[in-house]
Design a protein around this ligand. Structure first.
Ligand code: ADP
Ligand code: TYD
Length: 209
């Protein structure tokens, strides 16, 4: 049976990931491609419980390494229980954040560096996205788009979010084949068109497998 597709969306908080994910999912469904939409941290019952622990605004004392390990633990469960089985069934998986978020937020934002990659190599067991859409938006603008209470990470100071942004820029430079960086200050429609332009060749290659 042919292998599925694994697409991830990355970017600062409020950069428009959910908006574009739901549009891409509709497009795949209109093409009759069985698609799973999932998110991190979360995507499983255990992962959603870990998410609550990580994002709880009362957990101000959480150690940075504990935070990185919790994200990786949620990811391990997600890969083994949901993502890899769906890919093995030949389905398309669209995931709101994946390992690159940990590299950017914990590796760069928290300053944990390469430890984060090493921890996550265990969690993902060799799974790498086929394509990653990175929605790049000044974190200050992203924050302005969020009209709800901030979670523990969103409450971090601007300096932290600037480091995360720098981390994402470095990821885009390091993996140009996989990571498609998009200016997320553009209109929803312009971004959607750009995503489709990059997605179509992969879709065609995959359909002809
Ligand atoms: P994320 O999932 O990255 O946090 P969302 O998709 O939830 O971001 O978008 C955050 C807010 O910004 C929402 O209110 C959404 O309607 C709005 N938004 C999304 N994309 C754009 C865009 N390109 N331009 C302006 N506003 C946008
Ligand atoms: P998410 O719900 O995707 O936030 P948003 O919709 O605002 O973009 O993710 C929750 C927070 O967790 C977000 O601030 C990013 C952070 N995060 C990490 O720090 N490391 C990770 O590995 C992941 C997956 C998320």
């Amino acid at each position: 049976m042919k292998k599925g597709l694994f697409i991830t969306f990355e970017g600062p908080d409020g950069s428009g990931k959910s908006t574009q994910i739901s549009r891409l999912k509709k497009r795949l469904e209109s093409l009759h491609i069985s698609t799973i939409l999932t998110r991190e941290p979360g995507g499983t019952l255990i992962g959603e419980k870990i998410r609550e622990i990580i994002l709880d605004v009362e957990h101000t004392e959480m150690d940075h390494l504990t935070e990185a390990l919790l994200y990786a633990a949620a990811r391990s469960q997600h890969v083994s229980q949901v993502i890899q089985p769906a890919i093995d069934r030949g389905e398309a998986v669209i995931c709101d954040r994946f390992m690159d978020s940990s590299i950017a937020y914990q590796g760069f934002g928290r300053g944990l560096g390469d430890q984060v990659r090493i921890i996550n190599e265990y969690a993902v067991r060799g799974l790498v996205p086929d394509l990653t859409f990175l929605l790049l938006l000044d974190p200050a603008l992203g924050k302005k788009r969020i009209h709800r209470d901030y979670d523990r990470l969103e409450k971090e100071e601007d300096e932290f979010h600037q480091m995360v942004y720098q981390g994402y820029m470095q990821l885009a430079a390091a993996f140009p084949e996989r990571v498609v960086a998009i200016d997320a200050a553009k209109s929803i429609l312009e971004i959607e068109e750009e995503i489709n332009r990059h997605f179509d060749p992969l879709l065609e290659e995959w359909s002809n497998q």
